[in-house]
Ligand binder design. Structure first.
Ligand SMILES: Cc1cc2nc3c(=O)[nH]c(=O)nc-3n(C[C@H](O)[C@H](O)[C@H](O)COP(=O)(O)O)c2cc1C
Ligand SMILES: CCCCC(=O)C(=O)O
Length: 380
């Protein structure tokens, strides 16, 4: 049985149920059954990927304490549904910074999709468009942002920026993202240096293989490698605000004291994130950092969260604790590696169906109905 709702979706790729997609049969690491959960997609992806590439995608910094904490934090929170509210079939759609999305789940910016599928970010963008949600295109994409947009007409794209020490070059990248139709600029603030992921070191995975490159770095001077900028400061946010009319989203906020300066500089949204445990190990799980950041934002701007979201129920927990939406990083890559565009679309549609069912079972008519009183900490 499905929740049987008539929720409008921008695409029709999914079945609207949580049932298996037979066309993905054989992609599961577990045998002929198509993957039915995000975790099964990870197993399927692992079975297909070069181990060095699997470990690049899966790994975290240091002892991976934060990587594990992201998922564990969701397990420590329980949902407390309301009953008999006559909510009717739930809507799952949201609007963020003027961009409509079929669900409060976005595609987080992740690098190097062509390591997972030859079509790379083109396939991811088509999958996001089919599901009707927003894809945040990474600055470290292996397909140029113009080509991502051209491959998926109608896709809702935002662009993630690593501010480069050369601000003139940074401005050229911003102009390219604008011209490609990206509707927001997501500035990653948690990477003044690159985290050390020891899995990469063990494999000697230090650079993209021949034939693949960061296509958003190409310009007249040829392809450059992406620099992390230790000098990044609030002044750069002011400069970016002068540079572009696009709304600026600050990604990688954990400390509530960083909210005020962001609001003062006209930042349009915040993403509570520890970069999927890939930057500073031993920082809190994203879910645990969320309530204080959301309280500091006080509903002045949308607050997003990423890190460890693997189920529709995880989405509801984050919304109840103050998020307006979440983003998923690795699960989309697992879908892509397991089944290309169809696999990535399936991952997103599974999440949408799970969110819809969980909303119905919580007595919610829409994502906005979640409130802090609808979660409890598990007593263990
Ligand atoms: C393989 C990989 C590459 C990533 N590349 C980027 C990137 O280019 N820019 C960025 O801001 N964040 C990047 N991130 C972080 C994600 O945007 C996001 O914060 C994280 O993946 C969320 O955690 P999850 O994978 O548990 O969903 C990357 C994460 C992964 C796993
Ligand atoms: C220069 C590429 C950075 C990609 C990234 O952010 C990550 O691997 O986490």
């Amino acid at each position: 049985m499905t929740t049987g709702t008539g929720t409008a979706r921008a695409g029709g790729a999914g079945t609207g149920t949580a049932g298996p997609d037979a066309s993905l049969a054989g992609t599961s690491g577990a045998g002929a059954q198509p993957p039915l959960t995000l975790r099964e997609f990870e197993a399927a992806a692992r079975a297909r990927l070069d181990p060095a590439h699997y470990d690049y995608f899966a790994g975290g910094a240091g002892d991976e304490v934060t990587l594990r904490a992201n998922e564990a934090a969701f397990a420590r929170v329980a949902l407390l549904p309301r009953v008999l509210r006559g909510a009717g079939p739930p809507r799952t759609d949201v609007t963020l910074l003027g961009t409509a999305a079929s669900m409060p789940v976005l595609v987080a910016p992740t690098a190097f999709h062509r390591l997972a599928d030859p079509e790379g970010e083109r396939a991811t963008a088509r999958a996001a468009a089919a599901t009707g949600t927003i894809m945040i295109v990474s600055m470290a994409a292996t397909v140029a942002v113009e080509d991502v947009a051209a491959a998926a007409p109608g896709a809702a794209l935002w662009f993630q920026l690593y501010v480069q020490p050369d601000l003139a070059f940074t401005e050229r990248v911003v102009r390219r993202a604008e011209a490609a139709g990206c509707a927001a600029l997501v500035v990653t603030a948690d990477s003044p240096a690159r985290g050390v992921r020891e899995r990469e070191l063990r494999h000697g995975f230090l650079d993209l293989p021949d034939g693949l490159r960061c296509e958003n770095m190409r310009d007249g001077a040829g392809t450059r490698s992406i620099a992390m900028s230790p000098e990044l400061s609030w002044d750069h946010i002011d400069r970016l605000r002068e540079m572009t009319a696009l709304p600026i989203v600050l990604k990688g906020v954990l400390h509530p004291a960083d909210v005020r300066p962001a609001l003062d500089r006209g930042v349009a949204a915040l993403v509570v994130s520890n970069h999927g445990g890939r930057q500073l190990d031993a920082v809190p799980a994203a879910l645990d950092a969320l309530p204080a950041v959301a309280a500091a934002a006080g509903r002045a701007v949308p607050v997003l969260l990423d890190g460890g979201v693997r189920r529709g129920t995880d989405v509801l927990k984050a919304l109840a604790l103050g998020a307006d939406a979440v983003a998923v990083g690795r699960p989309v890559i697992w879908g892509l590696a397991a089944g290309g565009e169809r696999g990535a679309a399936r991952v997103l549609e599974l999440l949408r169906a799970e969110v819809e069912l969980a909303l119905a079972l919580c007595g919610c008519a829409s994502p906005g109905d979640l409130a802090p009183d609808m979660v409890v900490r598990r007593p263990w």
